[in-house]
Design a binder for this molecule. Structure first.
Ligand SMILES: [Fe+2]
Ligand SMILES: [Fe+2]
Length: 257
């Protein structure tokens, strides 16, 4: 797709659906999907914990919901819950490969599996670091990496746990490969860090009661104006208005190319 064909590119980033959990709110996921379809995004990225226990029945139910998303690029990565009970085989059957790369308009998007069977800790692993070298070879694209576990601590989430066990090494790899945006989930609390020259963006849980403190279910909408190069990040609470949480002109040069 040519960069100049469209004025606004939109990415919707949702996470932690937990279909099958007693905390999952089905009508809220339906509402989120209705809102996504009104946004008409170019890409939808779902950063894991689609299911609660990784059961086949949960994958079937989740797929039933997600089939209603009208978007040509729906990218799903597994979370720790999805890899419980050998759920990763159902993940592959339902959503395709665990790691994948997609190019869409001005974006190059690398999705990585940070889960490990029956463990809650996140792990990318040195054996997968080459995927950045292999896929990020166009200097004119905005580089996005999406996975489930958090890369940096998230305020308001209590005791620190389950962060990528190789967070330090992988942070270095991300920065060395000039990644611009990292999209994450897992902690159920939304957050944005600007670290070095990279935005590390966590989504909250989109549709569960598994929230912490005063946080509420929410998701992220990224909007890139291809003429001005301004990227905006909106936080959207289902049924409510969206809130602008970030606006940057840092991508001006990418849109002129
Ligand atoms: Fe989760
Ligand atoms: Fe998780």
């Amino acid at each position: 797709m040519d960069n100049h064909l469209k004025k606004i590119y939109r990415i919707v980033h949702i996470s932690d659906l937990h279909v099958g959990s007693t905390f999952f709110i089905p009508h809220m996921l339906e509402r989120v999907i209705n809102e996504i379809n009104l946004i008409e995004p170019d890409v939808v990225i779902i950063t894991g914990d689609i299911t609660e226990f990784g059961f086949k029945s949960e994958y079937i139910a989740a797929k039933g919901f997600l089939n209603e998303i009208n978007c040509p690029n729906v990218l799903v990565v597994p979370g720790n819950h999805d890899s419980r009970n050998v759920g990763y085989i159902h993940f592959e059957d339902t959503f395709g490969s665990l790691d994948k790369f997609t190019s869409c308009g001005p974006f190059d998007i690398l999705c990585l599996d940070s889960s490990e069977p029956d463990l809650d800790e996140g792990h990318i692993g040195r054996e997968k670091y080459y995927l950045l070298e292999k896929n990020f070879n166009n200097p004119n694209k905005i580089r996005i990496v999406a996975f489930h576990h958090h890369l940096l601590p998230i305020p308001g989430t209590g005791r620190e746990r389950n962060i990528l066990v190789d967070a330090g090494d992988f942070l270095k790899v991300l920065i060395e490969h000039s990644v611009h945006i990292v999209l994450l989930g897992h902690r159920h609390v939304p957050n944005v860090w600007h670290f070095e020259d990279m935005y590390v963006i966590n989504a909250g849980t989109a549709c569960t009661r598994r929230v912490r403190g005063y946080s509420v279910p929410c998701y992220n909408v990224l909007e890139l104006d291809n003429e001005t190069g301004i990227l905006k990040l909106f936080r959207k609470v289902p049924f409510e208005n969206s809130e602008l949480v970030l606006s940057t002109s840092k991508f001006e040069n990418y849109c002129k190319l």
